[in-house]
Write a protein that binds this ligand. Structure first.
Ligand code: ATP
Length: 232
């Protein structure tokens, strides 16, 4: 079953469409990598999928139901965007931020910190004093606490050393495998993304330039390269 489905979605800013007539689906337990060059429309897809941006045509469905207009309500339905910096409080410590994010009866903060060993020593530090990469880790920890059923991940690697990314992507993979979460993963490191994902879509100028299983794309890097350059 598709936990997330975009049908013929066109979305953008003002009159400019950044994503055009896009079809895309993510099943429970599946990781789909969303790839493409800068400005291809990847973030726009995630913003549309969480309800921050309304499509000008087409529709977004979550568990078969049309996505609402309120991000908080969509979050309660289990659609979570990482990193969502709007709700990170820089004056508070890491632990205080996690306490605020925790929902009743949900995962224990310590259990989440066990999954993020680099964040654990920083729990009592004010978030404003964390590096950008450490803030990304906090954003992932917050997302895990929310027990997402659809996780939208936007460039977790931004500001992180490749080694740190190699630590975080398996956590995302485990969430799909163990909690049956559907993941849409934007990641600039193509090799890491294809090593993590089940399927991948390459966007170019807001349209699908290439899609297939991660194994197919790993085996045909030339096709991936061409799709990046719009040469397909
Ligand atoms: P990157 O890899 O650089 O983050 P992306 O694939 O995520 O790129 P988007 O951020 O979705 O691409 O941007 C798609 C297009 O929409 C780009 O041409 C961009 O300039 C434009 N765009 C993005 N955000 C806005 C905005 N708030 N207002 C106007 N145009 C925007």
């Amino acid at each position: 079953m598709s936990v997330l489905e975009l049908k013929g979605v066109t979305a953008g800013y003002g009159h400019a469409a950044a994503v055009r007539d896009l079809d895309l689906s993510v099943k429970a337990g599946e990781v789909v990598a969303l790839l493409g060059p800068n400005g291809a429309g990847k973030t726009t897809v995630l913003r549309t999928a969480v309800g921050l941006l309304q499509p000008t045509s087409g529709e977004v469905r979550v568990f078969g139901r049309r996505l609402g207009r309120r991000v908080e309500k969509n979050a309660r339905a289990g659609v979570v965007l990482v990193p969502d910096t709007r709700a990170i409080f820089h004056q508070l410590t890491v632990r205080e931020n996690l306490s605020l994010a925790r929902r009743r009866g949900d995962l224990d903060i310590d259990a989440v910190l066990d999954r993020l060993p680099r964040l654990a020593p920083l729990v009592n530090r004010r978030v404003g004093l964390l590096s950008g990469g450490e803030q990304q880790m906090l954003a992932l920890a917050k997302a895990l606490l929310a027990r997402p059923r659809v996780l939208l991940v936007d460039e977790l690697s931004l500001g992180l050393a490749p080694l740190a990314v190699q630590e975080l992507l398996p956590i995302v993979r485990a969430l799909a495998d163990e909690a049956w979460t559907g993941v849409l993963l934007v990641e600039q490191h193509v090799d890491l993304a294809l090593a993590t994902a089940d399927r991948a879509v390459v966007l170019h100028h807001g349209r699908t330039a290439l899609s297939g299983t991660a194994a197919e794309l790993r085996a045909d890097r030339e096709a991936v390269r061409k799709a990046y350059f719009g040469d397909h």
